[in-house]
Design a protein around this ligand. Sequence first.
Ligand code: CMP
Length: 143
Amino acid sequence: MERTFLMVKPDGVQRNLIGEIVARFEKKGFQLVGAKLMNISTELASEHYGEHKERPFFGELVDFITSGPVFAMVWQGENVITTARQMMGSTNPKDAAPGTIRGDFGLTVGKNVIHGSDSPASAQREIGIFFNEAELAEYTKIV
Ligand code: CMP
């Protein structure tokens, strides 16, 4: 079963959008297998966003993601990586279609409400950074 890492960013948590965002993925039919409200350390932020280290906005990105609690999640289901990104909308909310999470709730590229893994390799890496195996639930015994 394909899995992805999704995270409501500090702006989304502060604006009380956790429930709205979780509801969208639940209603789509995906299964939540892990979730926690947490603060991200500078070290964790640097590891998570390592591929952006050389970008001019890296400092801003780390400052923002460590500025308040995030809601980290693991979801599973058919094509969840690609479909979740479609449901999130374009990275820059000004380009995100209405009906997507960023299109409906975001205004700027920095504070764009939600993060989602962009490939199977990123999903595996990001899930491993944020969650232990013991924190992930299993549905296999449900008949
Ligand atoms: P995310 O999917 O979390 O992955 C990297 C993040 O960098 C991206 O969402 C944006 O929020 C952020 N980002 C991209 N471009 C810029 C920018 N020009 N200024 C600030 N943040 C940016």
